[in-house]
Design a protein around this ligand. Structure first.
Ligand code: ADP
Ligand code: MG
Length: 503
């Protein structure tokens, strides 16, 4: 059996050839959209996505703990998403300095004032973690690098447009396949049901949709997508898997936002009608699965109107606009304040989840905000923090000593757009990564994301609580990067898809 610790050139050549074939055969790829030029490969339509060459060590106990607590995190976010009274002051304050928050909240107010027609909601969530503590010695020999002594800490909780499930599922299967050849120890690589978990969650929502009494139309799921998306290999397999169900479910892709306005309209019962590009009858949309609409630049006037049409429709939203806002970093920071988790969960559940939290501060004039400002003006202390706006998709964070420099460029009155989060210091373990740009063999850090697929119904009045129809946590993502790289987005070229080798 080959040694993972020191990979010979010969071994690397062989395994790379195996991995390439697997990636090409299974769509572990990034598309090069038409019109984008890749000067070295002018005819290429895709390239392999960055992956690990061997699974990266991760503690089994922490892995299982992350999966076990996902149902509680799902429940927390289902509850938050229905508590607009709790939201209101937080988001309205944020909205004064954050145009994106303000736009989303205004859409919600219009929907709320008209009255929602649909009380069933769907969520495909992802809770991201890194290990914190343990060995940080970069000069240690690979065999001495270990996660021992580290614990699970939450990086963020994603409620909107969660990606990576398909890629992670494929890369896990790939490593299990390589293991079946005797190269890895198979038992150490857990199975990953990310695709099935997402698909079953969507099917469950689709079946729960109740069309208006006289409707005879075909129903289908609508997936909103960004134009020219390089990451179709993380989206299309969900559509294909839906078509392969015992009773197939159709999914239509629609670009956010122009195509939504062109191809969709509301019927007399606010049913969302979609007109396919190849003609024929309009279909009635059961579930809106959002894979676009998370970037602030998507919300010009067309974007606002498109989102408003979707939100006020009768379709089940995956997720609703309130669930979307619930995933803001600002909400994550608010949840770390004493007693807040207990508003949504039992004290014992709150205690379990709180153990995964790092310190968070608002950057405002509150008592905690003043503490944050003290940290920001302390050259040494600030090294241990990251500054984040309430945005998704990677590339928005500011780290350590860059924070005061960055804040110096924006008016103080705008600082409350950001939250300050204590840095997670993951243990360094040994890994081998390959991306189109480089091969990395040496210390690495990983991020585990647990996927939750949920369906719930809001009961009116809300005092009666929610009815949870589905609360599933069976899939996950796992990404790994060299320790000096600060972001993790694989599509943007920072990290690599990977899977854990558990022990
Ligand atoms: P995004 O919504 O852009 O994904 P994240 O909060 O997940 O924002 O931050 C992006 C990346 O930055 C993470 O995947 C992680 O690699 C790194 N990061 C974020 N917060 C921390 C932290 N507190 N400590 C260490 N790294 C962090
Ligand atoms: Mg993230």
């Amino acid at each position: 059996m080959a040694s993972f610790t020191y990979l010979s050139e010969d071994y690397l050549e062989k395994i790379l050839s195996e991995l390439e074939d697997y990636q090409i055969s299974h769509g572990s790829l990034l598309k090069i959209p038409r019109g984008w030029t890749d000067s070295e490969l002018p005819m290429a339509i895709a390239r392999p996505i960055g992956i690990s060459i061997i699974p990266t060590p991760f503690p089994r106990q922490q892995f299982e703990h992350a999966l076990n607590i996902q149902a509680l995190f799902n429940e927390l976010y289902m509850n938050i998403a229905e508590d607009d009274l709790w939201f209101q002051p937080i988001v309205q304050n944020l909205g004064e300095v954050d145009e994106f928050a303000s736009k989303l909240w205004s859409i919600w107010e219009r929907v709320r004032d008209e009255g929602e027609l649909q009380q069933i909601r769907c969520g495909i969530f992802r809770s991201d973690y890194m290990l914190h503590g343990g060995s940080q010695d970069r000069s240690a020999a690979p065999t001495q690098l270990t996660w021992a002594g580290s614990e699970l800490r939450q990086v963020e909780f994603n409620t909107y447009s969660c990606a990576g499930g398909v890629h992670s599922n494929i890369v896990t299967n790939m490593h299990r396949y390589i293991a079946s050849k005797g190269i890895h120890k198979a038992a150490r690589v857990p199975t990953n049901n990310a695709i099935r978990s997402i698909v079953e969650g969507l099917v469950c929502a689709h079946r729960a949709y109740d069309p208006p009494a006289n409707s005879t139309r075909q129903t289908a799921i609508l997936m909103t997508v960004q134009p020219n998306n390089a990451n179709i290999c993380d989206e299309r397999p969900i559509e294909y898997a839906l078509s392969e169900c015992e009773t197939p479910v159709s999914l239509y892709r629609v670009e956010f936002s122009g195509e939504i306005l062109q191809r969709c309209n509301l019927g007399p019962n606010r049913e969302l009608l979609f007109h396919p590009s190849f003609g024929g009858e309009a279909v009635e949309i059961s579930v809106i699965y959002q894979r676009a609409g998370y970037d602030s630049h998507e919300y010009d006037q067309h974007g606002i109107e498109a989102r408003y049409m979707l939100e006020r429709s009768r379709a089940i939203k995956c997720p609703t606009i309130l669930s979307h806002i619930a995933g803001f970093k600002k909400i994550q920071q608010e949840l770390t304040a004493p007693g807040v988790l207990e508003r949504f969960l039992s004290p014992s559940a709150a205690r379990i989840l709180r153990q995964t939290f790092m310190l968070h501060y608002p950057v405002d004039e509150s008592e905690m905000g003043i503490r944050a400002q003290d940290i920001i003006s302390d050259e040494q202390a600030i090294e241990n923090y990251v500054l984040k706006p309430s945005l998704e998709g990677g590339g928005h964070n500011v780290y350590g000593k860059d924070i005061p420099i960055f804040l110096g460029t924006i008016p103080r009155s705008q600082w409350s757009r950001f939250i300050l989060m204590e840095m997670i210091n993951p243990p360094l373990v040994h890994g081998v990564l390959i991306s189109p740009i480089d091969t990395h063999m040496g210390p690495v850090v990983s991020e585990l994301g647990v996927i939750g697929a949920c369906l719930w119904q809001r009961n009116e009045p809300l005092k009666k609580g929610l009815s949870i129809i589905r609360n599933d946590a069976s899939g996950w993502t796992f990404k790994t990067k060299p320790p000096d790289v600060q972001e993790m987005s694989v599509v943007k070229g920072y990290g690599c898809f990977d899977c854990p080798s558990l022990s």
